[in-house]
Write a protein that binds this ligand. Structure first.
Ligand code: PLP
Length: 438
């Protein structure tokens, strides 16, 4: 008999801290035993006990096309057969950089790295170098990977000087980070009025999706652009999660392109690796050219631009045409409506919040209001209802994100059958959410 998830989790905890290699996988926010996955195909994952689930995690973003798309797998196999890693330039890296630039022309030059964390870290280093300034501004609830300087979220108030969110981050490192409530132009203006000449950059998730989905209010990103420009600071738009997931040209394509503005730097990840480790920083040529070897800003990586990983990313972007985004958008809207209806039928107050095809549930929020527009508002929701909701879905064969503060990831492989299976599971999940207590 094959071992159970619980047995394997016990073993994992003996050799891996917490049994996982990234904390949210441990089910800490929802309780219970994490699933150990054996395989994934299309819209489905299968655990080591042989149970199949409709997947709404999508590897936390990369699986735009669904899992193990045959053409992506073939591209990976072909690349692997030619060699796993060279530590020398390849033509596939150029093709991937061109594919990104084609979709987002303001990313005039692109440097490939392996993780989103490296991309945001590099963007900050570049911004500090080209401005000769030290301070960076981030928004409360914004996640940009586990970069020391960005592991500060801090509480409410107009603006809070950064306090470390993690042990091991020196106070001195986050002392140069200013945290501002999201969606508040006044707070951002106040911070620039006080510290403007010392601010190197503002970094913002293009549309925040790591405190649940909290879309920017209309004009907010444009205001960041205006304010940073006025003060000679750079605008770093973090599209690690939204890039090439919410649309052909990412969130910038939905907003900046239409409104006629661009950030100075973008960070990308997830979809551009198609499930293998690729991320990128891209942007203005004069800024990007400050990177070594053309400039004085050091950045490097043994596996950066890895030939197998870039082959997966390139194949994914080549397949992700407009029809893919239409399919994902339609499946996501249908699902969003179904979740909302089931919760309404069960008498659970909630608001669905979405940014493109990314969405999450804000329990206890009156849908007739503007919803939760910043991190404090998100923390005040009835997020404790989510654990019961999640486990009822899991019981019925639906693998939703194991945290109320994560987006739901729908893929192009979520066809009628997959969405129907989720819809069938929703009434019991909504009843569980209704019965939940804090
Ligand atoms: N930026 C955003 C917006 C993200 O969502 C994430 C990861 O979830 C990161 C950065 C960090 O990327 P990685 O986990 O590849 O380091």
């Amino acid at each position: 008999m094959s071992p159970t998830n619980a047995e394997v989790f016990a073993h994992a905890q003996a050799v891996i801290p917490g049994g996982v290699n990234s904390p949210v996988r441990a089910f800490g926010a929802v309780g219970g035993t994490p699933l150990f996955l054996a395989s994934a195909r299309g819209a489905y994952v299968t655990d080591i006990e042989g149970r199949e689930y409709v997947d709404l995690v999508g590897s936390w973003g990369p699986a735009l096309l669904g899992h193990a798309h045959p053409e992506v797998v073939a591209a990976v196999q072909e690349a692997a057969a030619r060699g796993l890693s060279f530590g020398a330039p390849t033509e596939t890296e150029i093709d991937l950089a061109e594919a990104i630039r084609h979709r987002v022309p303001p990313a005039e030059q692109v440097r490939l790295v392996s993780t989103g964390t490296e991309a945001t870290m590099t963007a900050l280093r570049l911004a500090r170098a080209v401005t000769g300034r030290d301070l960076v501004v981030k928004f409360a609830g914004g996640y940009h990977g586990h970069v020391d300087a960005l592991l500060a979220s801090a509480g409410s108030g107009v603006a809070t000087l950064g306090l470390p969110d993690s042990a091991g981050v020196p106070a001195a490192v986050v002392a140069d980070t200013i945290v501002v409530p999201y969606n508040s132009v006044e707070a951002l203006e106040a911070v620039f009025a006080e510290h403007g000449p010392r601010i190197a950059a503002v970094i913002a998730e293009a549309a925040p999706a790591n405190m649940g989905v909290v879309p920017p209010v209309p004009g907010f990103n444009a205001a960041i652009r205006r304010i940073t420009h006025e003060h000679g600071a750079l605008f770093v738009k973090d599209e690690v999660l939204t890039g090439f997931r919410v649309g052909y040209s990412g969130w910038w394509g939905l907003e900046g392109l239409r409104e006629g503005w661009s950030p100075d730097l973008f960070t990308f990840g997830k979809v551009i690796g198609g499930g293998l480790p690729v991320a990128a920083v891209g942007g203005r040529r004069d800024v990007m050219s400050q990177l070594a070897p053309t400039g004085p800003v050091y950045q490097a990586g043994t596996l950066s631009g890895n030939p197998v990983a870039t082959a997966a990313g390139l194949a994914t972007l080549r397949l992700a045409d407009q029809s893919v985004y239409r399919t994902v958008g339609e499946a996501s809207a249908r699902l969003r409506d179904a979740v909302s209806k089931s919760l309404a039928d069960a008498g659970v107050p909630h608001a669905m919040q979405w940014a493109g095809s990314l969405f999450s549930i804000m329990f206890g929020v009156d849908a007739a209001t503007n919803g939760a527009r910043d991190y404090d508002a998100v923390k005040a929701t009835e997020h404790w209802r989510y654990g019961a909701f999640f486990h009822a879905l899991l019981e019925a064969g639906v693998y939703a994100p194991p945290s109320p503060f994560e987006a739901w990831f729908v893929s192009a492989a979520h066809d009628d059958e997959a969405v129907s299976r989720i819809e069938a599971a929703l009434p019991a999940a909504a009843a569980a959410a209704a019965a939940a207590t804090p």
